[in-house]
Ligand binder design. Structure first.
Ligand SMILES: NC(=O)c1ccc[n+]([C@@H]2O[C@H](COP(=O)([O-])OP(=O)(O)OC[C@H]3O[C@@H](n4cnc5c(N)ncnc54)[C@H](OP(=O)(O)O)[C@@H]3O)[C@@H](O)[C@H]2O)c1
Length: 170
């Protein structure tokens, strides 16, 4: 029997060894291979982000994706985005069988980790002492590891890193 496709709500995040995700409104480092990985996974799908993460995007809304921004701010300040006031409002927009990615930042991850069924985690094998924003603590009893792909630093990617995928246990 073909398994029925269901709506997938995934978190996608890059974390350091301390679960650090950002500093001063920006990412902890520039890892081009992770940006490619992010683009490949999210293109063609819906992404949900907090206002501060939107503000960190150098060119505004990400192309070829439905961009949803959560903020109490004026909707006109987010060209190319659907603007909502709450996580609940964002989730009401998700259509059946759609693939949705929650792309941060810390506040949004905190409020949605329990609502997601997949976790695409890029682990940078380094600690950034200057991190000021963190991913919530993950209870690995609730998640099953399905992919782990290790990569060494190279001339373009300064740190060792791993692409790790988990699915929420039933
Ligand atoms: N490493 C990664 O993968 C990754 C990914 C994304 C972001 N980041 C980093 O994370 C940092 C930003 O994270 P952050 O936690 O400061 O901000 P954020 O989660 O991106 O945005 C926070 C804002 O979103 C709105 N918001 C958040 N939760 C809400 C809720 N439950 N209901 C209604 N509105 C809500 C509020 O906007 P208003 O104040 O406008 O109401 C809030 O101030 C940056 O350093 C960024 O570079 C890292």
């Amino acid at each position: 029997m073909i398994k029925e496709q269901k709506t997938e709500v995934a978190i996608i995040v890059v974390v350091d060894e301390n679960n650090g995700i950002g500093k001063d409104g920006d990412l902890l480092c520039h890892l081009p291979n992770d940006l490619k990985h992010f683009k490949k996974l999210t293109t063609g799908h819906t992404i949900i982000m907090g206002r501060k993460t939107y503000e960190s995007l150098p060119n505004g809304a990400l192309p070829n994706r439905i961009n949803i921004v959560i903020t109490s701010d004026n909707a006109n300040n987010y060209p190319g985005c659907i603007v909502v006031r709450s996580i609940d409002e964002a989730f009401l927009l998700i259509k059946d069988k759609e693939k949705v990615f929650i792309i941060g930042g810390g506040k949004i991850y905190d409020s949605t980790l329990h609502l997601t069924n997949k976790l695409y985690l890029t682990r940078i094998h380094h600690i950034f002492e200057e991190a000021d924003t963190f991913f919530p603590k993950i209870d690995f009893n609730n998640w099953e590891l399905i992919v782990e792909e290790k990569h060494k630093a190279d001339e373009k990617n300064q740190f060792d890193y791993s692409f790790i995928t988990f699915i929420k246990k039933e």
